[in-house]
Design a protein around this ligand. Structure first.
Ligand code: NAG
Ligand code: NAG
Ligand code: NAG
Ligand code: NAG
Ligand code: NAG
Ligand code: NAG
Length: 426
């Protein structure tokens, strides 16, 4: 057999392919993180810039303990029977028991859980707030890793996943807020990322008086408050969803893992290991969240990629997509007949932001493709005078995206320090 150019090309490409397969699946180093991305391509077990970070396999309680903070764990039952876990870091490292501390509730976004607030060592928002003298609480919405329980239904049953964003605002948020308010006898400072802040706003329009009484402020990091937006990839996804949603519902039983399960070994194998894998796995998300690798943190990316993913329900995504399609912020549309039964009107009601009476600080990132300047302006315009006290805080970076609020290498000086200084004064 003569060696032709075609053969050589074939041999080279197939070998590169095999090398990748070998690297990804078989060559395992013990050290899972390095201080720079180029260190990842060396022999990590011999390189002093690389080390093992055990946080990647630990749960929230274990990580908080490992960083030498006290942790308390509570299980609350919502009025519709879901059992939610709430974590508390009652005080910081050098601050003992005693003094009254203002409670801060951190609430994660969609397809995530509270791990995102504690899994970046001393760059974690929860630890920074605890050390700044706050009493830190971490909520977990129904369906996520720490809140996957119900009094009657098991997560394998379709009934368990029979909820959308409204239930998170109608049942989960009041259950968590009431519990903390009761326990601390103080108004809460609420900080939410993405849907975490939307949930607070929705709760505040459903229960305006209760929210006003219990929340001192809602700090909204890139609030996904309404669907009045034109992200190209999302609009493409919308088409895809229209044709596949029934099939997906049948296959998943209503349980939805868009980005995979938390702590999944498939995600770990495919998306961590080498930086090119980490970049590839973020690519699709960035088309929605904003492109930029410039804030990627080599020391924590392998951990956040595996931990900052979680489940939600099929109907939750369906509701978000309905909002995008109708470019509004209505309740879930079941169709005229069912709407009449559930809401007593043929059209689903609308979350009227004007009713919100809690002061809100809107936080915007310039490179966020999901929640853009226009969306934030629309929200601000809709707020009542009482709520629109603090205007918009824009993060001072051109490349900061939707995810960077919890994963950016430089998130502490860009966002957390200004926020901590701000809330110390209110
Ligand atoms: C975390 O892991 C520890 C040890 O495996 C376990 O005892 C604890 O219940 C877990 N906590 C949560 C909230 O999952
Ligand atoms: C993640 O999975 C590993 C096993 O692969 C297990 O030991 C660990 O407890 C899990 N962590 C969490 C937070 O569930
Ligand atoms: C975190 O700790 C490292 C090493 O101990 C230190 O260099 C860094 O400045 C700390 N970062 C923050 C935000 O405190
Ligand atoms: C709040 O506390 C009161 C009395 O201390 C109790 O009756 C009530 O059930 C509590 N509510 C919640 C949501 O924990
Ligand atoms: C929203 O609430 C305000 C204040 O109650 C009211 O004036 C306005 O008509 C409501 N908007 C809609 C669309 O229902
Ligand atoms: C939605 O965006 C359009 C412009 O694109 C604007 O005219 C309209 O007022 C917005 N709607 C809401 C509810 O903010």
């Amino acid at each position: 057999m003569s060696i032709t150019f075609k053969n050589v090309k074939y041999i080279i490409t197939s070998n590169i392919f095999l090398m990748f397969i070998y690297l990804i699946f078989f060559h395992k180093f013990h050290n899972n993180v390095c201080t720079t991305f180029s260190d990842y391509y060396t022999n990590r077990d011999q390189n002093n810039n690389c080390y093992y970070n055990p946080d990647s396999k630990l749960n929230v309680t274990e990580i908080i303990k490992r960083w030498q903070y006290s942790v308390e764990e509570y299980h609350l039952t919502t009025t519709d029977g879901y059992i939610l876990t709430v974590f508390r870091i009652p005080f910081g490292k050098n601050l003992g028991v005693g003094a009254t501390r203002k409670p801060v509730l951190l609430q994660h976004g969609m397809f995530a859980n509270s791990a995102g607030f504690i899994n970046r060592g001393n760059k974690s928002l929860a630890f920074i707030l605890a050390d700044a003298g706050f009493d830190v609480w971490l909520g977990n919405f129904r369906g996520t890793l720490y809140s996957k329980r119900h009094k009657e239904f098991s997560p394998t049953e379709r009934k368990f996943w029979d909820f959308d964003t409204r239930e998170l605002a109608l049942y989960d948020t009041p259950a968590i807020v009431d519990f903390i308010f009761n326990k601390t006898e103080q108004q809460l400072l609420y900080i939410g990322h993405s849907f975490g802040s939307a949930a607070a706003a929705m709760y505040g329009t459903i229960f305006p008086n209760s929210a006003k009484q219990k929340l001192k402020i809602i700090i909204a990091f890139a609030p996904s408050i309404h669907g009045n937006q034109s992200n190209i990839v999302l609009n493409f996804f919308l088409l895809f969803w229209r044709y596949t949603k029934s099939l997906l519902y049948m296959l998943t039983n209503g349980e939805l893992y868009l980005k995979g399960h938390p702590n999944s070994s498939i995600r770990e194998i495919l998306c961590t290991g080498y930086p090119f894998q980490m970049y590839l796995c973020q690519f699709l998300e960035m088309s929605v969240n904003g492109f930029s690798y410039s804030h990627s943190d080599p020391k924590t990316l392998p951990i956040t990629i595996v931990q900052n993913v979680d489940l939600s329900s099929h109907r939750t995504l369906d509701h978000i997509i309905q909002c995008l399609e109708k470019r509004n912020w209505d309740y879930y549309d079941y169709g005229a007949e069912s709407n009449q039964l559930i809401y007593r009107t043929p059209y689903p009601p609308y979350y009227n932001l004007t009713l919100l009476r809690v002061p809100m600080l809107l936080v915007r990132a310039k490179n966020d493709l999901l929640i853009t300047k226009k969306e934030i302006e629309d929200i601000r315009k809709a707020l009542s005078k009482e709520s629109n006290l603090y205007d918009i805080f824009t993060i001072d970076s051109e490349s900061f995206n939707h995810d960077d609020f919890i994963v950016a290498r430089d998130v502490v000086p860009l966002l957390y320090e200004p926020i901590v200084n701000f809330i110390k004064k209110i």
